[in-house]
Write a protein that binds this ligand. Structure first.
Ligand SMILES: Cc1cc2nc3c(=O)[nH]c(=O)nc-3n(C[C@H](O)[C@H](O)[C@H](O)COP(=O)(O)OP(=O)(O)OC[C@H]3O[C@@H](n4cnc5c(N)ncnc54)[C@H](O)[C@@H]3O)c2cc1C
Length: 432
């Protein structure tokens, strides 16, 4: 691999509707952006494609939490007794739109299988192997891209309102068993350190080696500026299909066809659309989540997640972001903004100062995004069965957290690193 980007004229002898490119990255969310940056930095000439612009998908409004403690897969048998409630309560922490249920059945079938103890153990180990290097990988990336100022590594809290100390200790022991550094904090200690927290909070787990960004969208913007400075190119276009043509990959866009020798698919929750025609049947679903921006006078310094309310508050450059909830409704259903507005009630219960501020919520404060989630909670990172087509998607609730480390693993595989190929076995697309 050369260190200097190759120049590509993009012209083809086959007419004006054909162009060629050396390397194409499809999808400019945080996963595609980091992939494009790192490939360009390694000497490839990269063309990044996305019809919605850069960083406009799920990567725009997430909670900004570098959540390296989240080593447990989402498929957990403890969810089972709660399933009927999920179907009946459209404003609960996890909702399934009844009309969408039958379409998501193949996903839920696989999801149930992943709850068994053996797959859960293996999935936890695979996720832990990625998460354990996620913060150092972000530090390497942020140094290279000069965006350290947007990242903080001060830990985060998981707060408990209902649980007894023995229950909190049990949960803490599970995390410790996976090597997660933490302290349990009592009510008195919490109020000393975080006086703005509600007195209703009885205990918290303080995760020590966790970080957050002051703005996911600004981080994307800075990565994009770095990509352009390295000589990368962006085009606001949708890829309609991918197929193999002789030794190259051919991508159909609305107005032309592009051929490339190397393509990386980073289309998040939309990845099934391009992969189904290639024969992949992946249990990938969009987990819709919401955020609501608020502006209290004082903010916590670190992200605070609630065990009981299944949501998080993250201090950001432009206010306190309340984020969370999971809704299965597919890619195109209308948003249910009541779910975003409900976050305010949870925020007020945890950070009472929010209740003293205006409860008026403008539409501009609300946002929704589609988390790309596979049934086993593991991303796909590796080669497809088409020569030259690489897959990089499915980072569920952890796309921001994993973007840097997951890209390193992908690029090591692209460079033929045997250890990386071995490490990436759990993330192969043909595992289902
Ligand atoms: C409420 C909420 C809170 C979250 N909080 C956190 C958090 O605190 N920490 C964390 O790590 N993660 C968090 N996440 C998850 C994280 O945001 C996602 O995992 C991550 O954004 C996924 O990135 P992505 O690049 O794969 O997908 P996206 O950002 O969705 O990007 C995919 C891109 O592909 C493009 N695309 C789709 N189809 C095509 C096509 N045919 N041709 C070209 N382009 C195409 C889309 O336009 C889109 O821009 C949160 C998510 C939500 C919803």
């Amino acid at each position: 691999m050369k260190n200097v980007p190759k120049k590509n004229t993009g012209q083809s002898s086959e007419g004006p509707n054909f162009t060629t490119a050396s390397t194409i990255v499809i999808g400019a969310g945080v996963i595609g952006l980091v992939t494009a940056c790192r490939l360009q930095q390694q000497g490839h000439q990269v063309l990044l494609l996305d019809p919605n612009g850069v960083g406009a998908g799920c990567s725009f409004g997430n909670a900004g939490h570098l959540a390296t403690e989240q080593v447990f897969p989402l498929a957990d048998a403890a969810l089972l007794p709660k399933l009927p409630g999920f179907l009946l309560d459209p404003l609960g922490p996890l909702a399934i739109r009844p009309r969408y249920l039958w379409r998501a059945l193949p996903f839920f079938f696989q999801f149930l299988r992943q709850m068994a103890s053996q797959p859960r153990k293996l999935n936890t180990a695979a996720l832990t192997s990625l998460l354990s290097d996620a913060i150092p990988a972000w530090q390497r990336l942020a140094n290279a891209a000069d965006c350290q100022d947007l990242l903080r590594y001060q830990g985060s809290l998981l707060v408990f309102e209902q649980s007894r100390l023995s229950e909190v200790e049990q949960i803490a022991a599970l995390y410790r068993h996976q090597g997660i550094a933490l302290d349990i904090m009592t009510h008195t200690e919490l109020l000393q350190h975080y006086p703005g927290l509600s007195p209703s909070i009885r205990y918290a787990i303080y995760f020590k080696e966790v970080g957050h960004t002051l703005s996911p969208s600004l981080l994307n913007e800075r990565l994009y500026q770095w990509f352009l400075a390295l000589g990368g190119q962006f085009s606001q276009q949708k890829v309609l299909d991918i197929h193999q043509r002789q030794s190259q990959l051919q991508l159909t866009l609305a107005s032309k066809t592009i051929r490339a020798s190397r393509v990386v698919l980073c289309t998040g929750a939309y990845s099934k659309q391009l992969l189904q025609p290639l024969g992949y049947k992946l249990p990938l679903e969009a987990e819709r989540g919401y955020h609501l921006m608020t502006n209290p006078v004082t903010m916590p310094q670190i992200p605070i997640a609630s065990f009981d309310r299944k949501m998080i508050m993250t201090p950001m450059q432009h206010g306190l972001r309340l984020a969370g909830t999971v809704e299965f409704a597919g890619l195109t259903a209308k948003d249910n903004w009541q779910r975003a507005k409900l976050l305010r009630l949870h925020g007020e219960a945890l950070w009472p100062e929010l209740a003293a501020r205006s409860s008026q919520v403008g539409p501009e404060a609300c946002w929704s995004g589609l988390r790309p989630t596979l049934a086993d909670s593991l991303p796909v990172i590796g080669q497809s069965h088409l020569a030259g087509l690489w897959l990089h998607f499915g980072h569920q609730h952890l796309g921001l957290t994993l973007a840097a480390v997951s890209t390193e693993l992908l690029l090591q595989q692209m460079n033929g690193d045997a250890a990386a190929l071995q490490k990436a076995v759990p993330f192969r697309a043909d595992r289902f």
